[in-house]
Design a protein around this ligand. Structure first.
Ligand code: NAD
Ligand code: TDX
Length: 327
């Protein structure tokens, strides 16, 4: 798999170790978003970590020759970064995916592509429809457009070259080991260091939250039983606006619900994401295990309280970057 030192990738590695007998090789470049500590302590006979770039055709080819299934998580993943410097998004998300597809094509390997609901653009707050596998692509940011491009490459490699691939598009994940640049960890760790949380604009934007372990169980199910060439949307009916989530973080942490600052909004900020995951549930019998967002969030708060050594080294530089941007 790729990107196993990042947030969702590392949760997937832990999930595989805890729930299967699979042996995993992680290919990760250890960008600012990769963290060795996220994979520390895992059994050496189950997990091998290779430091390398998915754009490096030689290393990719060598590893894929020895792999049964490739699950591709590695990406430049942060919208705000993509608005300030899109180039790494093109390299990793587009050229990196192309490099993997060429290798799985050469070696005839099964490939699963991890993507996002952001490829579909956004919905109005009162739209009764949610995203489905048939929603037209309409990405808004450099990040989401490169993820959309990578999905389309996968579809083309399936159709033109018969690559054995599936795609999943998941909604916003929360849980342990998420970088402090992202919304939920940023606010939790701001409170822990004595800063005020920062809400973009009015905070009415809606995200459809899912626990990272539910994302992992869905991906495993698709790898085991998904139909080749198909796309599956992954979501857990977790729609909440940013203001609600922030107020919940504050009250969970014993702070007044209004103890935050409004900061400048994200340009092109998507208003609402919402996933209809009926296909995955009906066809593959998948169900999310985390039904209670408040409890999952409280456990995530506890994780950041207990793992300051994991996030503290990145905190000051992340906030300095946000301050420069007025956020
Ligand atoms: P992340 O930024 O936390 O981790 C990305 C990982 O990829 C890091 O370990 C990084 O070192 C690695 N990486 C980056 N460029 C690389 C390269 N060129 N070669 C090898 N490794 C490289 O990201 P995340 O939030 O865990 O997201 C993982 C995947 O899930 C991405 O494909 C993302 O688009 C998708 N996704 C994320 C969410 C979410 O809520 N975070 C939701 C849906 C889909
Ligand atoms: O400080 C903040 N204040 C704030 O109000 C930050 C960092 C974010 N926000 C808002 C912007 C979004 O509406 O919170 C929401 C969530 O922001 P992010 O954590 O940056 O996530 P988002 O842009 O929704 O994208 C995430 O979900 C889809 C992941 O980062 C992507 O990789 C994934 O594809």
């Amino acid at each position: 798999m790729t990107g196993g030192a990042g947030f969702i990738g590392s949760n997937f590695v832990h999930y595989l170790v805890d729930n299967t007998d699979d042996v995993v090789t992680v290919l990760d470049k250890f960008t600012y978003a990769g963290n060795e500590a996220s994979l520390a302590g895992l059994p050496e006979d189950r997990v091998t970590v290779v430091r390398g770039d998915i754009c490096d055709a030689e290393v990719v080819d060598r590893l894929i020759a020895d792999t049964d299934v490739v699950v591709h998580y590695a990406a430049e993943s942060h919208n705000d970064n993509s608005l300030h410097d899109p180039r790494p998004f093109l390299d990793t998300n587009i050229v990196g995916t192309y490099t993997l597809l060429e290798a799985v094509r050469r070696h005839g390997k099964r490939y699963h592509h991890i993507s996002t609901d952001e490829v579909y653009g956004d919905l109005e707050l009162d739209d009764p429809e949610r995203f489905t596998e048939r929603t037209p692509y309409n990405p808004s940011s450099p990040y989401s457009s490169t993820k959309a491009g990578s999905d389309l490459l996968v579809r083309a490699w399936v159709r033109s070259f018969g690559v054995q691939a599936t795609i999943s598009n998941c909604s916003n994940n929360y849980g342990p080991r998420q970088h402090v640049e992202k919304f939920i960890p940023r606010q939790i760790t701001n409170i822990l260091v004595g800063d005020r949380p920062k809400l973009y604009g009015e905070g009415l934007n809606v995200r459809d939250w899912i626990h990272a372990d539910d994302h992992s169980s869905a991906v495993l199910r698709i790898v085991e039983a998904g139909r080749i060439g198909e796309t599956y949307l992954i979501g857990a009916d977790g729609e909440k606006n940013n203001k609600e989530v922030l107020e919940l973080i504050l009250t969970t942490m014993g702070q007044p619900a209004d103890a935050y600052d409004h900061v400048v909004d994200r340009p092109g900020h998507d208003l609402r994401y919402a996933i209809d995951s009926a296909k995955l549930r009906d066809e593959l019998g998948w169900l999310p295990a985390f039904q209670d967002f408040e409890r999952g969030l409280a456990a995530t708060v506890d994780w950041y309280r207990e793992n300051e050594a994991w996030w503290q080294p990145q905190k000051a530089a992340t906030e300095a970057k946000y301050r420069e941007q007025g956020q």
